[in-house]
Design a protein around this ligand. Structure first.
Ligand SMILES: C[C@](O)(CO)[C@H](O)COP(=O)(O)OP(=O)(O)OC[C@H]1O[C@@H](n2ccc(N)nc2=O)[C@H](O)[C@@H]1O
Ligand SMILES: Nc1ncnc2c1ncn2[C@@H]1O[C@H](COP(=O)(O)OP(=O)(O)OP(=O)(O)O)[C@@H](O)[C@H]1O
Length: 283
């Protein structure tokens, strides 16, 4: 049996860090915006327990891939004796603050739950998702959301579905390194959602990342000539909202050399949910 599903990107429209927990993780208040652009995954069930991954980027094929980890976790949790051949068509920039790996992992949990007919509830899948990463529960829930905790306490929100230009400068940023850095702003006050919506939106990681990676600051200086812009997650990607695709396209046509860029629409519901509902595995 075969199933093909998307794994879309997210933006953090705002990201406040409100404190550090005893385990080193940080409490956040963030507004997650799902996009309509992402990777594509193809799943074919195996009758043995093997999990194989093929990818257009060979650096992603090892056992450390979150897709393989998601499959193993599901096998361990349920005792399922089936396996899967998985093909990943990687589209999203990696380590870009767009949640690409997390989204791949979430799509894998949803796909294998359906293909292997495990009938795990959304709540059970969300608990497994959190073991794989702080961003994974968002993509399992599949709705644009306000998040607290480490990103797992999700409240769905309906936002106007805007057009975004997403730009990834040529540098690598480690999420763990940013969260460990002494200069990270990690004492933002806990605010109500109403207050957060009414204030200018910002990302607490941005000042530190701009200082550590000046190319991020330079990219933001370029983008702000077209529209107000910010960084997503721990970077390095930055984004701006545009009134329509044509104006976003105008900025994209002038993209600085070595940056990658794409235009996407914000969506309230993840395309993965619609794609799953369209299949015979809809349980
Ligand atoms: C920055 C965000 O992208 C915002 O959406 C996410 O919070 C990051 O989520 P993620 O990449 O799924 O993060 P994980 O893979 O769980 O964690 C990577 C590293 O980031 C740090 N980390 C992550 C999330 C969080 N709320 N606090 C943290 O301190 C931890 O040191 C961890 O070792
Ligand atoms: N399926 C995957 N796709 C991309 N990266 C993966 C995957 N599995 C594991 N990784 C590892 O995770 C790292 C971060 O990738 P990812 O694209 O998820 O970062 P990100 O966009 O910063 O995500 P987040 O916003 O969740 O921090 C990569 O450098 C890679 O080594």
């Amino acid at each position: 049996m075969t199933l093909s599903l998307p794994a879309v990107a997210k933006l953090n429209l705002f990201l406040h860090i409100t404190g550090r927990r005893a385990d080193g993780y940080h409490n956040l208040q963030t507004l997650f915006q799902l996009l309509d652009v992402g990777d594509e995954l193809h799943f074919t069930t195996r009758t043995d327990k093997q999990l194989n991954l093929q990818c257009n980027d060979s650096s992603l094929q090892g056992p450390d891939n979150l897709i393989i980890k998601a499959g193993r976790l599901l096998q361990q949790h349920t005792g399922c004796q089936l396996g899967c051949d998985i093909v990943l068509d990687k589209v999203l920039p990696m380590g870009g603050g767009l949640g690409g790996g997390s989204s791949d992992a979430a799509t894998t949990l949803l796909a294998l739950n359906a293909l292997w007919r495990l009938k795990l509830s959304n709540q059970q899948l969300a608990a497994l998702a959190l073991k794989l990463g702080a961003d994974v529960p968002l993509f399992v829930a599949g709705h644009t959301a306000f998040a607290e905790g480490v990103g797992e306490k999700l409240v769905p929100v309906q936002l106007p579905e805007k057009t975004y230009l997403v730009v990834t400068p040529p540098c690598h940023i480690s999420t763990a390194e940013i969260f460990q850095h002494p200069d990270l702003i990690r004492n933002s006050p806990l605010l109500s959602l109403e207050t957060l919506f009414s204030r200018p939106w910002r990302n607490d990681c941005q000042p530190l990342v701009e200082q550590l990676q000046p190319i991020v600051a330079i990219t933001l200086q370029w983008l702000v000539e077209y529209a107000p812009c910010r960084m997503t997650g721990t970077g390095a990607s930055v984004f701006a909202e545009f009134p329509d695709a044509a104006s976003a396209q105008h900025a994209l046509a002038n993209l600085p050399v070595a940056c990658r860029g794409f235009i996407a629409k914000g969506v309230n519901q993840s395309p993965v949910l619609a794609a799953l509902a369209d299949t015979e595995f809809n349980n």
